[in-house]
Design a protein around this ligand. Structure first.
Ligand code: UD1
Length: 356
């Protein structure tokens, strides 16, 4: 079987890595296409290196743009690539523009598409990712879900049950594989960043960082909280481009740094007293690691991280953020459990299904 993987943005890399590895061990021919949605070395190259992914066979170098421009650029560059490689199946990951663009191209060419991390829904169509998820799942021939809520969402949308496979969470496969390495680098990282107890922040959702009436009050509260616990803030390019001056004016306990590599960020997530984020993947990683996670969003497409895991949805309720933050500082912990099938074997299940 010939499998073509499409990746493009940072959260794709840790999902594709274990699937690529599992298929390689079964001797399938594979092609890796990087759309270039993310292109800064710190957003892309460092992940290929840390996750031991081979260099892309094809780089489409699309770069940034509006949603329409970026999606269209990926589609027009990907079409000749997929026609030239004639794969038996194309695998797309997650919910980024590269995911939906490749799925659209393949479905019109009659090439089978598998969607890894299928079925997640925030039910918030103002999120570009929600549109990408809905469209990709309608087009995909094989849908691999990370948790049972994904199966339920797909059933509600009329997707045939025979196409859906509950396999577990591939990102957790990567986490389990690389956690020992992350543990080994932590002492050095701790010394380099002069860390004792600390919290961790990430913010990049357009709904949080694009508009000053949202972002500036949020930054003010984070600045206030950092006086009680130093907060490390690796800043996403979308956020740093707009707010570097305001970030520099914060108190020195709110420590902004460049985006981190996979191992470094994993080590910090594991050892942080609390994580404040608007990322999807980080809600899952903190649930697995048992680290309290305060999510600055009104909704989540990963509800299992709230029902079973360490995640608390804060929205923009700054009173609740202060309360939950101080609770975490005092060691207050939710009763939590790891979701079923988040066991490091999701990519093996996908490879097994594809090999049938
Ligand atoms: C994208 C995904 C989002 C994911 C996030 C993870 C979509 C719709 N969004 O959002 O789901 O959570 O990646 O990081 O696919 N930029 C750089 N260097 C880069 C890439 C981007 O400077 O390597 C800057 C550009 O100015 C760009 C902006 O960041 O316009 C946003 O990049 P884009 O890929 O459009 O969306 P993200 O916010 O990264």
């Amino acid at each position: 079987m010939t499998v073509l993987h499409v990746v493009g943005a940072r959260p794709n890399f840790m999902k594709a890595a274990p699937v690529y590895r599992s298929l390689a061990s079964r001797g399938h021919r594979q092609t890796l296409v990087h759309t270039g949605q993310h292109y800064d070395p710190l957003m892309s190259d460092v992940f290929f290196k840390a996750l031991e992914i081979p260099d892309p066979d094809v780089s489409l170098n699309v770069g940034s743009g509006s949603h329409a421009q970026q999606t269209a650029a990926i589609m027009s560059k990907f079409e000749p690539t997929v026609l030239a490689h004639k794969p038996d199946i194309v695998l797309v990951y997650g919910d980024v523009n590269s995911t939906v663009a490749a799925a659209l191209v393949c479905s019109k060419l009659g090439i089978r598409v598998g969607h890894v991390e299928s079925g997640l829904r925030s039910f918030d169509r103002t999120m570009p990712e929600e549109i990408n998820r809905l469209v990709t799942d309608q087009l995909a021939d094989l849908l691999f879900t990370p948790s049972i809520d994904g199966d339920e969402n797909l059933a509600r949308e009329g997707i045939e049950k025979s196409k859906v496979f509950l396999v577990g969470n591939v990102m957790i496969d990567t986490l389990i594989r690389f956690l020992p390495k992350a543990d080994r680098i932590f002492p050095t990282l701790k010394a380099e960043l002069s860390l004792d107890a600390f919290g961790l922040i990430t913010l990049h959702r357009p709904s949080n960082v694009d508009d000053e009436t949202t972002f500036l009050p949020m930054l003010q509260v984070l600045d206030e909280l950092s006086r009680d616990l130093p907060l490390i803030f690796p800043v996403h390019p979308r956020t740093s481009q707009k707010w570097s001056a305001q970030l520099e004016r914060c108190n020195p306990n709110l420590r902004t740094i460049a985006p981190l590599g996979y191992l470094e960020f994993l080590a910090l997530q594991k050892n942080a007293s609390v994580v404040i984020t608007d990322s999807g993947g980080i809600q899952e990683e903190t649930t697995f690691l048992g680290t309290p996670c305060l999510t600055l969003r009104e909704n989540t497409e990963r509800p299992i991280t709230v029902t079973l895991g360490t995640n608390v949805l804060i929205g923009r309720d700054w009173g609740l953020l202060r309360e939950q933050f101080h609770k975490a500082l005092k060691g207050g912990r939710k009763q939590t459990a790891r979701p079923p099938l988040w066991d490091g074997k999701a990519s093996e299940r996908i490879a097994e299904i594809l090999s049938r």
